[in-house]
Design a binder for this molecule. Structure first.
Ligand code: PMP
Length: 355
């Protein structure tokens, strides 16, 4: 409480990011980062950059990244005014909440999903109607047949990792022609189907993606959105009322290089899918129940639901995972997929702790 704060600040309930320890002591499986380095082409782009140019402002439009996104999705013939770029997909999402999701009717999202959504809704004073997932943690699109001013969900969902098929997303778009349906595809490259193929057909579809996961650039901060020009214009208006230069010069060149390195993306995401599958088998052998994940993390219930104590015991042994002390989630651990070696060490420790 402070006399200096704007009144609304007293009511904010800020997002709490996963721990980022300052030392390298931990096997870090808690914030869904990529265990592999970024594309060598992205690193090369930064190493050969003319750093004297840092005295100049960057391109406020981020065109080189937009062009890279257009090239990456070239079969869909996107135009530059159908792509938006921002400082991480969190910033893109913030502009989406501000520019497209505040209406008289409530915004719908799943009760178990990205915990930044309620934070943005509160920041922008957006009314919400939070829809419970089914008992098996899947989204039932029939529950979204109610008056709404917008719908948002991650696909695959977080922290469950469960993906919604493209046909279900198309049904949601058809049922809600008057509200924007935002598909947060932060984890889509690890085996789910992207809805980018539907953008030209549906004026109400907005897709958000990030370079933080499959492109291993969480530290660079770069996210983007794809949608028809009318939706993108709203985001540009908000962005240009907030920060004209969200992407610095190094982020622009490295981000574009990473997006264009399609082979490296495939190599990294296939490696993670492979490690995910062996990790799931190992956990199931130890009696864990693991939800079917299409993401670079898994959501797993230990044999006796002793997630909180396992979280602490793993931390003492140098392994960080994520624990959510919330109803329905508190018997599960969210475990990011690391390298094969890291996951072998995790399984070794867990075998001692639960075996
Ligand atoms: N969406 C989802 C579902 C996420 O889990 C995350 C990662 N915390 C983000 C968006 C934001 O990622 P970033 O800001 O690094 O792009």
């Amino acid at each position: 409480m402070s006399q200096f704060w704007s009144a609304h600040v007293h009511d904010l309930d800020p997002y709490v990011p996963g721990e980022q320890p300052k030392d390298q002591r931990y096997i870090k499986l808690n914030t869904n980062e990529c265990p592999y380095p970024p594309s060598p082409k992205a690193i090369q782009a930064i190493q050969s950059a003319n750093l004297e140019h840092l005295r100049l402002y960057p391109d406020p439009n981020g065109d080189i990244v937009k062009e890279a996104v257009i090239e990456y999705f070239k079969e869909y013939n996107l135009e530059r005014n159908e792509v938006f770029v921002g400082n991480g997909s969190d910033e893109v999402l913030a502009h989406v909440f501000c520019g497209l999701l505040k209406h008289d009717l409530p915004l719908l999202y799943p009760d178990i999903s990205y915990s930044f959504y309620p934070v943005y809704a509160n920041l922008y004073q957006i009314e919400t109607d939070v829809i419970p997932l089914r008992d098996d943690f899947t989204i039932n699109i029939d529950d979204y047949q109610r008056p709404n001013g917008g719908i948002i969900f991650p696909n695959p969902n977080a922290p469950t990792g469960i993906a919604l098929p493209l046909a279900a997303i198309e049904t949601l778009l058809q049922r809600n022609p008057h509200s924007v349906v935002v598909v947060d595809e932060a984890y889509v490259d690890f085996g789910a189907e992207s809805a980018v193929s539907l953008v030209k057909q549906y004026a109400n579809l907005l897709i958000v993606q990030t370079l933080s996961k499959s492109r291993a650039l969480a530290g660079l901060r770069l996210g983007f959105a794809i949608g028809q020009a009318d939706l993108i214009e709203a985001l540009e208006r908000v962005k240009n009322s907030f920060n004209s230069y969200p992407l610095d010069r190094l982020a622009l060149i490295a981000g574009a290089a990473a997006i264009l390195d399609r082979d490296y993306l495939h190599y990294v995401s296939r490696a993670i899918e492979q490690t995910r599958s062996t990790t799931v088998q190992g956990l199931e052998r130890l009696g864990f129940k693991v939800l079917p994940s299409r993401a670079n993390f898994i959501f797993a219930r230990p044999p006796q639901g002793q997630a909180q104590s396992l979280y602490s015991q793993l931390k003492e042994r140098g392994i960080l995972v994520r624990y959510f002390n919330k109803p329905r989630l508190n018997e599960y651990l969210r475990i990011t997929i690391g390298t094969d070696e890291e996951m072998t060490e995790l399984l070794t420790q867990l075998r001692r702790l639960v075996g």
